[in-house]
Design a protein around this ligand. Structure first.
Ligand code: NAD
Ligand code: MG
Length: 400
């Protein structure tokens, strides 16, 4: 009998996906890889299939799926190869996998991640955009289907660890929590003169001082929109009103976040910046597992600094808080406009400083609605993408 826990890794070729497979590979006695998925990186997924021997592999791109199928067949590997969004949803819900790592980047992760929640899986949530887009629906699905939602984002994983372990305690008040303190490094441009921000390149924006991550989240970290998305993520995960979530700039990324209690206690989770720590935590919870990360050496740590965030430098943070106050699909619109703007910046169509301008312009033009169904969310996501695209098409030629 095979008592190992089956794990599907959505987005396995990305930064979080690779770290997840590293942790799983250290504990092959406890976990078994059921499915791996990628967008179109055939070679990357092929190599992962050789190493981890999943039952299923999914390529979202149809041509890439065909090529992967051929390669696996030639190599004599019995991996069922699926294609497209339907393939993602299938492997997010197969009975062989009790755990699903949601590590696709952006809105593309919403449907399979939601499907995993509806199938009652343990969902290891890295794909914060899914929660930002569809917070109320996502949380309701998890509750209704008894899905265990374990945060992978290092800040939310830290908060989760600093909250009382008693899962029956509902809400911050019952737990005696006063505030959630989300830390953020401030990214590569924390101290760059403001006038120079208009000319920074995608490679400069992706050179994060403490973390190696995919390009989208790296740009989000440079604008601090990442922290804005994380404020929204914390709001849904911990049922925290926005006025009880505070962002603290902490350039060393050693404290991953904190919880402040009514009696004045502040609990923090510390560690070297290595995503394998929250991944191992969520895989093992409520136990613990070796992650492969290097242990903290306090004698060599040096000073830890803390500052208030500069909202003039990081307008994305202000905009994210504003969408929580507005409610409804406002965060959906923010997320969609940001994804389009970040891609345009990475494609060198707009300047770094235009990212927040695109998001603000889109928020002024698309009216948010109440979040009732998935159809409403997908419609407002599409509308916001179109509106953001108009800004970019009109201004990109002027070099703004
Ligand atoms: P990445 O760009 O390195 O990897 C993204 C993965 O998603 C790849 O496997 C890619 O093939 C897949 N993918 C991309 N577009 C897709 C599409 N349209 N359809 C299906 N699959 C697609 O990204 P990452 O840095 O690993 O981040 C993944 C998620 O985790 C993001 O939501 C990010 O915000 C979150 N996250 C990442 C980190 C980190 O350290 N990298 C930390 C916290 C949270
Ligand atoms: Mg984070």
């Amino acid at each position: 009998m095979n008592a190992r826990i089956g794990v599907t890794v959505l987005g396995s070729t990305g930064s979080i996906g690779v770290s997840t497979l590293d942790v799983l590979g250290r504990h092959a006695d406890r976990f078994r890889v059921v499915a791996l998925t990628a967008h179109r990186d055939v070679e990357g997924l092929f190599q992962q299939c050789l190493r981890h021997e999943p039952d299923y592999a999914v390529m979202v791109d149809l041509d890439a799926a065909e090529r992967l199928r051929d390669r696996l067949r030639s190599a004599g590997r019995p991996v069922e190869t699926l294609a497209g969004a339907a393939g993602l949803e299938r492997v997010a819900t197969v009975p062989e996998a009790a755990y699903v790592m949601a590590a696709i980047v952006g809105a593309a992760g919403l449907l399979p991640t939601l499907a995993a929640a509806r199938a009652g899986k343990r969902v290891l949530l890295a794909n914060k955009e899914a929660l930002v887009m569809a917070g109320p629906l996502f949380m309701a699905a998890a509750r209704e289907h008894d899905a265990e939602l374990l945060p992978i984002d290092s800040e939310h994983n830290a908060v989760f660890q600093c909250l009382p372990p008693d899962r029956a305690i509902k809400g911050l008040d019952a737990a005696g929590v006063r505030r959630i303190l989300l830390t953020g490094s401030g990214g590569p441009f924390r101290a760059t003169p403001l006038a120079q921000l208009t000319d920074v390149t995608p490679d400069q924006a992706c050179a994060h001082p403490n973390w190696r991550m995919g390009r989208k989240i790296s740009v989000d970290s440079a604008t601090m929109m990442n922290k804005g998305l994380e404020v929204i993520e914390a709001h849904w995960l911990f049922a925290a009103p926005p006025e009880r979530i505070e962002v603290v700039v902490h350039p060393q990324s050693v404290i991953h976040s904190m919880v402040e209690y009514e009696d004045g206690s502040v609990l923090a989770q510390l560690g070297n910046p290595d995503m394998r720590t929250p991944i191992a935590h969520a895989l093992a919870w409520p136990g613990r597992l070796m992650s492969g990360s290097v242990f903290l050496d306090f004698a060599r740590l040096g000073p830890l600094e803390f500052h208030a965030p500069d909202l003039a430098r990081f307008p994305g943070l202000r905009l994210a808080f504003a969408t929580l106050a507005t409610g409804g699909t406002a965060p959906t619109i923010l997320n969609a406009a940001n994804e389009v703007a970040v891609q345009a910046f990475l494609d060198r169509r707009i300047r770094f400083t235009a990212i927040a301008a695109v998001v603000e312009w889109t928020l002024e033009r698309v009216s948010p609605r109440g979040v009732d169904t998935l159809a409403t969310i997908l419609a407002d996501d599409a509308l916001a993408r179109a509106v953001a695209g108009e800004w970019i098409a009109a201004r990109a030629s002027e070099g703004r």
